[in-house]
Design a protein around this ligand. Structure first.
Ligand SMILES: [Zn+2]
Length: 71
């Protein structure tokens, strides 16, 4: 598994109910993912409301690439 940052898109790491804002945040829980390598994958938040990073030491918001839906 590799973590690329293509074309300026913000790639986040998602795991079941946890979303990390960056690979640095993901690194903080790395031990878990080394034991469970299939649990994490790349994730680009295309549109909708910002998602808050689930890492307890981080309060970053993951902005969507296309912004919030207007509905
Ligand atoms: Zn974070």
């Amino acid at each position: 598994m590799k973590y690329a940052f293509p074309g300026g898109y913000q790639v986040s790491i998602i795991h079941d109910c946890s979303v990390y804002c960056s690979s640095e945040c993901w690194e903080k829980d790395r031990e878990f993912y080394e034991l469970n390598p299939d649990e994490a994958s790349e994730f680009i938040h295309w549109e909708g409301s910002p998602i808050e990073c689930d890492h307890s030491d981080c309060s970053n918001q993951i902005e969507s690439e296309y912004g919030e839906n207007e509905s």
